[in-house]
Ligand binder design. Structure first.
Ligand code: FAD
Ligand code: SF4
Ligand code: SF4
Length: 492
């Protein structure tokens, strides 16, 4: 039943948590939004109208029970709100910070336009931050131990959420990762101004405390063979993400142009520096944008992270070139707005075609051609069409390419020809069991979906955990049946 605390959207405006001013944000890599306090969270949660059919929930990949935890927050019942929130989401404080809510839960909140949606993400974050402050967030604690061991390849959101859930069920979990830190793209892709690294490290500590083992700096396929991992564990989950940067062909580009940089190389270097590492390519100037004119090509969230990182590294100018218009940009509208506030110049409806060079042959500009939106293509999106005689040049000392990612060379990375892949190179699974074409080997996250979102990685990891548990339980039952039959046969 809806209480007095709810349905306040008519009289109370939507408010986001306080956002730091653009000038202050440009100086560091700290998150830009504050956490709500209890009072603000309760007031904003109370704007929810407690829909009978909550579209916010339907459009949340985790099907979070949003109306219930909003009501509990509005009533100040924070521990119950946390328990309901944590029941469906392994890392709610992370999703609350970095889900593109304007495309998911909040974008589908039915409160009429003009009143504006409920601030769901910020409330979700506040609930879990309150839980951390009060010691309600516990490491995974199994009721009883199980003997079976599970090897997980990849310590990103998909691998970690599967690990957490399987450990709760008592399995012995080892996570392998080729990086030296836990978190996948949460650590080395997403910049600190969206997600501070301490937030990820806090979860890592809980997982370790719960008994999950990590083997880092370990590339499966070269340091340890995939076959060895399979032999060592009763089940294996592949959650290796997608890392092969898509390329663009620009006239005049050569393979030796070290001013052409892949987005993830740039972001990883920046994140490593923030974590205190010395990065040779930054020190040498190759990945250091200070005082340079920077052009970022692409219109997704990775491009937004690159432009905003370049601003914080004190670039002379930062432009983002995208071939469609603002309305058709794949990146979150909120991130575009934040980038604009911080001083990024957007070149909408503009297609890079070539590079210009100075008299020494160094790249000094990107040649672009204006475009207009034409007829829709098969995907329903309007196709950009070049406008003749509209070329112009943007100054560029460094060009960052943020055009998306494809899977690395699977199944060759694992030397496992039985592992079936799709025509896009992603690992094929049976969606009813999340098992690959190799018995006992499951897969989840971006390596199955292609480049996606953290919240989908968490969802897939949780689903994979459920299927692995079912499969191992079935295997154990079959083994037990077989030994009973053997014993009966032997007349024992
Ligand atoms: P990953 O996070 O990529 O983790 C895979 C792990 O597997 C890595 O740690 C890798 O080192 C390891 N690995 C790979 N191969 C091997 C091997 N052979 N042996 C051992 N280990 C291996 N999503 C959002 O929801 N919000 C955002 O704001 C957002 N911003 C993003 C910004 C950037 C720059 C990028 C690149 C992505 C962003 N995403 C965002 C997408 C999101 O990060 C991914 O969808 C998500 O991390 C996928 O999770 P995953 O666990 O499948 O893979
Ligand atoms: Fe919204 Fe993401 Fe939270 Fe779901 S997990 S409620 S989509 S912020
Ligand atoms: Fe509340 Fe909006 Fe969800 Fe309806 S759609 S339950 S108003 S948050």
């Amino acid at each position: 039943m809806t209480t007095k605390a709810m349905l306040q959207f008519v009289s109370r405006d939507k408010e986001m948590p306080a956002k730091r001013g653009a000038e202050a944000r440009r100086q560091d890599f700290r998150e830009i939004y504050d956490d709500f306090n209890d009072e603000k969270a309760a007031a904003q949660a109370g704007r929810c109208s407690q829909c009978g059919v909550p579209f916010c929930q339907t459009h949340c990949p985790l099907q979070n029970n949003i109306p219930d935890w909003l009501m509990l927050t509005a009533e100040g019942r924070m521990q119950e709100a946390y328990e309901i929130s944590a029941a469906t989401n392994t890392f709610p404080e992370i999703c609350g910070r970095i889900c593109p809510q304007d495309r998911l839960c909040e974008g589908n909140c039915v409160i009429e336009k003009g009143f504006e949606s409920v601030t769901i993400g910020a409330v979700e974050r506040h609930i879990t931050e309150t839980a951390f402050e009060n010691g309600w967030v516990k490491p995974p604690q199994p009721m009883s131990e199980r003997g079976e061991s599970i090897g997980i390849i990849g310590a990103g959101p998909a691998g970690l959420s599967a690990a957490e859930q399987l450990r709760r069920q008592g399995y012995q979990i080892t996570i392998y990762d080729r990086y030296d830190r836990v978190g996948g793209l949460l650590i080395y892709g997403i910049p600190g101004f969206k997600l501070e690294k301490e937030v990820v490290a806090r979860r890592e500590a809980l997982l370790r405390e719960g008994g999950i083992e990590f083997v880092l700096n370990c590339h499966i396929g070269s340091d340890i063979s995939f076959d060895e991992i399979k032999k060592k564990h009763d089940a294996v989950l592949i959650a290796t993400g997608v890392y092969k940067a898509r390329q663009i062909d620009l006239a005049g580009q050569t393979e030796t142009d070290d001013q052409m940089v892949a987005a993830l190389d740039f972001l990883t270097a920046s994140n490593r520096r923030g974590l205190g590492d010395t990065v040779a390519e930054y020190e040498s100037g190759q990945l250091n944008v200070k005082g340079k004119n920077i052009v970022v090509i692409g219109g997704g969230d990775t491009a937004m992270d690159c432009v905003r990182t370049a601003i914080r590294q004190d670039a002379k100018s930062v432009s983002c070139v995208y071939r469609r218009d603002r309305a058709n940009m794949p990146g979150s509208a909120r991130e575009v707005m934040n980038a604009e506030e911080e001083g990024v110049a957007f070149e909408w409806l503009s297609q890079p075609t070539g590079l210009s060079r100075d008299k020494n042959g160094k790249v000094n500009g990107v040649i672009c051609q204006r475009s207009r939106l034409g007829a829709a293509d098969a995907s329903g999106r309007q196709r950009p069409e070049p406008i003749t005689d509209s070329e112009y040049t943007l100054d560029a000392d460094m060009v960052i390419m943020a055009l998306g990612f494809d899977p690395e060379d699977m199944p060759n990375m694992f030397h496992e020809p039985r592992l079936k892949v799709s025509r896009w190179g992603t690992i094929g699974i049976d969606w009813r069991s999340m098992m690959t074409s190799v018995d006992g080997v499951f897969a989840a996250g971006d390596i199955v979906r292609g480049a996606s979102l953290v919240v989908w990685g968490i969802r897939d990891g949780r689903d994979a955990a459920t299927h692995i548990d079912e499969w191992l339980t079935r295997q154990a039952a079959e083994k037990a049946d077989a030994s009973i039959q053997q014993a009966q046969h032997a007349g024992i």
